[in-house]
Design a protein. Structure first.
Length: 435
């Protein structure tokens, strides 16, 4: 048997799932996607769809050549040489901020609008060690605000969106963590202080942190290794190095969050894995028991240098990405009932079948979710199937019904059976299912 590649999975209709794993039920993904689209609409964000693969260089420059994503996790290959000359180095996108920034530059969006508000929903690819809540193909819902302004109110719009989507999805026990990572002026001072504080104690650090000391010292802050903890605790906080502008920005973000009624925890160690962040960074973690170790549901922040790094004009940016797989994992069971047929049409006998085919078509054209049982079976067997499928009604067409044009409509939820004129049965269904 050929199975899915390691740490990838199928998302399935619940009724066709063999192991009943609700975290892979497609309707739960669809629900979160549709409520996210509605939140984006309210905040004036429009959808963008960028290619699944991009030139490898985009991520090396945009995400940061020293990040874990770029050094270890990208699916990159050299394309075959063809009409376009040399085969290019291509990468399955590991994230979508760099692609959206690329599109912003390529389409010169700043000429059209002072602020571009874009969102995306789609798969991302990282060669990670898989576990519950961590896959090699996973889905993100994300948004980017690109343009002239770096007003802290724009940061808070992004955080509001994330919290709105998560709470609409029925998630509780959430914790919003915020921090600032400074800007191009303050960050080097902080990084220099980290280097100075740790230079004599390198042998006490974990292997990962020792490597990061060389490549990306800021990332030492979010090391989980036990042996690093006392050293990290002794580091000076970034707040000692902020300039007035960064400090004002961070204060304003907290003030606006407070005014929005969104509680947050200031976490001085929050730095996040991607290189492009400036000023605000944030993360939302879930403390729901179903989530497990991979409890970061969403993260993001400000990235005022990214567009310029990629060859565009100086542009301010703020964005976030929310891990759809993890949101679904944390979602309460009752938040996402699966779609069920409104009516299951049962035929008894050959002649009734012909009629059933046209009746079911009428129902569908009228917007009713209708299923036709094509297999001949006893009434009892057919009703059992209708119940199993969770249909609200069963329409029973037998010889007698065809003669009288009075149809037997069984309300499976209430356990009642009605006799309705053929011309009225659809109205009866739409009236009941609308309430
Ligand atoms: P990042 O792009 O790393 O900031 O990730 C943003 C969000 O995407 C995280 O908070 C996770 O919810 C989700 N995420 C990242 N990597 C994975 C993965 N390998 N599997 C599932 N979800 C992921």
């Amino acid at each position: 048997m050929i199975r899915t590649a390691s740490h990838t999975r199928d998302l399935l209709p619940a009724a066709l799932s063999n192991d009943g794993d609700a975290s892979a039920f497609i309707h739960r993904f669809q629900l979160v996607e549709s409520l996210a689209r509605d939140w984006f609409r309210r905040y004036g964000f429009q959808e963008i769809r960028t290619p699944i693969f991009e030139r490898a260089e985009l991520f090396a420059r945009g995400v940061g050549a020293e990040t874990d994503i770029v050094t270890k996790e990208m699916y990159t290959w050299r394309d075959r040489a063809g009409d376009d000359g040399e085969g290019e180095s291509l990468t399955l996108r590991p994230e979508s901020t760099a692609p959206v920034a690329r599109a912003y530059i390529q389409h010169q969006m700043w000429k059209r609008a002072e602020t571009a508000r874009l969102y995306y929903i789609g798969p991302q690819f990282r060669r990670e060690r898989g576990q519950r809540g961590r896959y090699r193909q996973f889905f993100q819902i994300g948004a980017e605000t690109l343009g002239a302004s770096d007003h802290p109110a724009l940061d808070v719009e992004g955080v509001e969106l994330v919290m709105g989507i998560l709470s609409d999805a029925g998630l509780r026990d959430l914790e919003l963590r915020v921090n600032t990572v400074g800007d191009a002026e303050t960050r080097p001072r902080f990084v220099a202080a980290i280097r100075q504080a740790l230079a004599d104690r390198l042998e006490e650090l974990s292997d990962d942190s020792r490597r990061r000391f060389e490549t990306n010292p800021l990332r030492i802050l979010d090391s989980k290794a036990e042996q690093d903890q006392p050293l990290i605790a002794a580091l000076p906080p970034i707040y000692d190095f902020l300039n007035d502008e960064c400090r004002r920005h961070f204060d304003a973000v907290q003030r606006y969050l407070d005014a929005a009624g969104i509680p947050c925890v200031v976490d001085a160690r929050l730095v996040r894995g991607l290189d492009y962040y400036t000023k605000t960074v944030f993360e939302v973690v879930s403390h729901a028991p179903s989530v497990g170790a991979q409890n970061a549901l969403a993260g993001g922040g400000r990235y005022d240098g990214l567009v310029e790094t990629l060859g565009g004009p100086p542009t301010k940016g703020f964005g976030f990405a929310l891990g759809l797989d993890r949101v679904v994992l944390a979602m309460p069971e009752d938040r996402a009932p699966e779609e069920r047929p409104d009516v299951f049409v049962i035929h008894l006998g050959e002649a009734a079948f012909e009629r059933a085919v046209s009746v079911v078509r009428d129902a569908r054209r009228a917007g009713v979710a209708a299923l036709l049982d094509v297999t001949p079976r006893s009434l009892k067997g057919a009703l059992r199937l209708a119940n199993k499928l969770g249909a609200r009604f069963a329409l029973i067409l037998g010889e007698a019904e065809l003669v009288t044009e009075q149809w037997a409509l069984r309300d499976l939820a209430r356990g009642e059976q009605l006799s309705v004129p053929a011309g009225e049965w659809l109205r009866h269904i739409t009236r009941t299912t609308a309430t």
